[in-house]
Write a protein that binds this ligand. Structure first.
Ligand SMILES: [Zn+2]
Ligand SMILES: [Zn+2]
Length: 80
């Protein structure tokens, strides 16, 4: 039993303009769904914020930075 639970009768399509791929999840086709999860769909909000440190693509937590950078900031603060 690995069927998706989303079995509503309404026809679903990928919400990306001009995309004709079959619907997968969260309003996207399989391809765009993957991109969306990575926050790479233009004009669509990422599932989570990304770390505000430049070049860091990790998901951000409470303070707008990823766990790694948060830990570093915490260490610096504790040491200071
Ligand atoms: Zn698509
Ligand atoms: Zn980071």
């Amino acid at each position: 039993m690995s069927e998706a639970t989303e079995t509503k009768s309404a026809e679903r399509k990928c919400s990306v303009a001009n995309c004709k791929r079959p619907y997968r999840a969260k309003g996207y086709c399989g391809t765009h769904y993957k991109l969306w999860r990575r926050g790479e769909v233009e004009g669509h909000k990422a599932r989570y914020k990304l770390c505000s440190k430049e070049g860091c693509k990790k998901p951000a937590g409470r303070y707008g930075v990823c766990e790694e950078h948060r830990a570093k900031a915490g260490e610096a603060a504790a040491a200071g």
